[in-house]
Design a protein around this ligand. Structure first.
Ligand code: NAD
Length: 419
């Protein structure tokens, strides 16, 4: 019996089992590696603007503490639940270990649609959530960051709330803060720029010239919009894009600047154009060189994987591909070069790590230093994944997970089991 239920945790569990079988982890070691160290559930009450009181459910899962503090985002989304948060924490662990960061994985969230709250309500919810988390987080215990539905402003409220209780400013308690509040240059763009950098490595390996290549991107938030911009900067044509309100596809290319302006003015893509509107599910199946799911989990399934018409599947989102679809990708779709989530979107946590290091030292770097270091860490991880996939004759996903899981396992073995 476990509290970690639901399709997303099952997905993490199945991926883990496949890798554990591949690297022959004995069965008595497996639960210790997979199950989270700690899981916290809190009720978060706020006053609504109409004078009523409403209670939201909040979660935080800390996966393991074997390499250092835990690190991970906070998600505000309607369907957040313990199993999903736990799966995301587990993936964060393998991701941090893959790219060599001294962290275990964590994740948190609140089951809420943030679009339904006023700014005051959102601030109240953010502050009360952080207040409820104070006994469980800390500079060297667990460090939060943004994820779906949260942003720089919410991180600033988290940091301010924590600092008020400590009686001093503790900038390092969260990452992804505004630069003016102790954040780092480059964090907002880090995940999307990292996605584009890893895609550039794949294009080079496939001998595809970026100028002339085409992309389709699902999700136009932090990861999706910055990935789109960083790809356009490299000469890649943006053919398709979607968010929770609309989807557009134009084989001749969409105007990124106009899309960004529309979202800045209206908050979402709806109403951008009447001509290029497309069914959101169909968008994923449209011809392109690079498909970037950058929104939700489980969008590449056994139902649509055979209809994908991309050369590169670059997983900007966490867990966008179901295990069933992954089997098809491995066995029948070797025409698709998969960039698995824990490699492809690792730029976010890498620059979050840089932010934490800068906050601890109170010594801040410029953008060039941040992006230069980011690219070096990503290049090393990309090379390691390609090498492992080749030497073991396994998929990129299994290779990336195997490297991450091996590192965590090695740390646990060396430290031993207390007492
Ligand atoms: P965000 O809230 O900034 O953006 C999410 C986007 O997805 C929005 O444009 C939203 O409209 C869109 N969306 C929601 N439902 C959709 C649907 N049904 N169809 C199409 N689009 C839909 O979130 P984000 O930070 O960009 O995160 C996106 C994904 O990337 C998540 O899986 C997150 O875990 C992952 N991720 C984020 C970071 C980061 O640094 N922000 C780092 C690593 C991974």
């Amino acid at each position: 019996m476990t509290i970690y239920t639901g399709p997303v945790f099952e997905m993490a569990e199945r991926q883990f089992d496949a890798v554990a079988n591949h690297i022959a982890i004995p069965s008595d070691e497996r639960s210790r590696l997979l199950y989270p160290k700690r899981a916290i559930a809190v009720s978060v009450p706020i006053h609504r603007d109409d004078g009523t009181t409403e209670v939201f459910q909040g979660y935080r899962v800390q996966h393991h503490l074997s390499l250092g503090p835990t690190k991970g985002g906070t998600r505000f989304a309607q369907n957040v639940h313990m199993g999903e948060v736990a799966a995301l924490a587990v993936w964060m662990s393998w991701k941090c270990a893959l790219v060599g960061l001294p962290y275990g994985g964590a994740k948190g969230g609140i089951a809420v649609d943030p679009h339904t709250l006023s700014r005051r309500e959102l601030e109240a919810l953010s502050r009360r959530y952080m207040q409820e988390m104070i006994p469980f987080v800390g500079l060297h215990t667990d460090v939060m960051a943004p994820d779906m539905g949260t942003n720089e402003q919410i991180m600033a409220w988290f940091m301010d709330t924590y600092s008020m209780y400590q009686g001093r400013t503790v900038t390092g308690i969260v990452t992804g803060k505004p630069v003016a509040s102790g954040g780092t240059e480059g964090r907002r763009e880090a995940t999307g720029r990292g996605v584009a950098h890893i895609i550039a490595r794949a294009l080079a390996q496939l001998k595809i010239n970026p100028s002339g290549a085409t992309s389709v991107i699902q999700g136009f938030g932090n990861v999706g919009s910055v990935s789109a911009a960083a790809l356009v900067e490299r000469g890649v044509k943006l053919r398709g894009v979607s968010d929770h309100t609309a989807a557009y596809y134009d084989p001749m290319g969409l105007n990124l600047e106009a899309l960004l302006k529309h979202v800045a003015a209206h908050g979402a893509l709806r109403g951008f154009s009447n001509q290029s509107v497309i069914d959101p599910d169909e968008l994923l199946e449209m011809p392109c060189d690079i498909l970037v799911p950058a929104a939700l989990e489980c969008v590449i399934t056994d139902q649509n994987v055979n209809r994908l018409k991309c050369r590169i599947l670059a997983e900007g989102a966490n867990g966008p591909t179901t295990p069933e679809a992954d089997v098809v990708l491995q066995q029948q779709r070797d025409d698709i070069f998969v960039l698995p989530d824990i490699l492809c979107n690792a730029g976010g946590v890498i620059v979050s790590y840089f932010e934490w290091v800068q906050d601890l030292q109170q010594l801040f770097w410029d953008e060039n230093e941040v992006f230069g270091r980011l690219e070096r860490v990503l290049d090393r991880a990309f090379d390691n994944v390609m090498k492992r996939a080749k030497s073991d004759n396994i998929s990129h996903r299994t290779a990336a997970l195997a490297i991450g899981i091996d590192r965590v396992r090695g740390a646990k073995q060396k430290r031993g089991l207390f007492p």
